[in-house]
Design a protein around this ligand. Structure first.
Ligand code: FES
Length: 115
């Protein structure tokens, strides 16, 4: 089950490149690309580079270490890479921006016990 987290001042991130944020017990990356807010994994799956030090071009985030590329919508790496990053859904409601994070096992367990 998804939990939606509001991103305070999301518009101010537009000129900040890729930034890290703690949401729902996870640290994720946020960036704007072509007027869309994108949310994705913190680390590159190749060798763990922090993707906040990467950059975006052609609809992809580029890892700063060995230049693996990941699609900002699907998370898929370029074909020869055989890897991918996790993409978190984003939405806009009433001018505010949100990122959806899957609830962890214990959050789901505790929610099921309180019902
Ligand atoms: S650590 Fe990202 S491409 Fe190698």
């Amino acid at each position: 089950m998804l939990q939606w987290y509001k991103i305070d001042d999301a518009q101010f991130l537009k000129d900040k490149g890729i930034t890290e944020h703690k949401l729902g017990g996870k640290t994720i990356c946020l960036t704007w690309f072509e007027e869309q807010l994108h949310a994705f994994s913190r680390k590159c799956p190749h060798a763990g580079a922090p993707l906040k030090n990467g950059w975006c071009e052609r609809g992809k985030v580029i890892c700063p270490f060995h230049r693996h590329e990941f699609d900002l919508v699907t998370g898929k790496g370029s074909p020869a890479q055989h890897d991918f990053i996790h993409i978190y859904p984003t939405k806009q409601e009433d001018g505010a921006y949100f990122v959806g994070i899957e609830k962890g096992f214990w959050q789901n367990f505790l929610a099921s016990k309180s019902n």
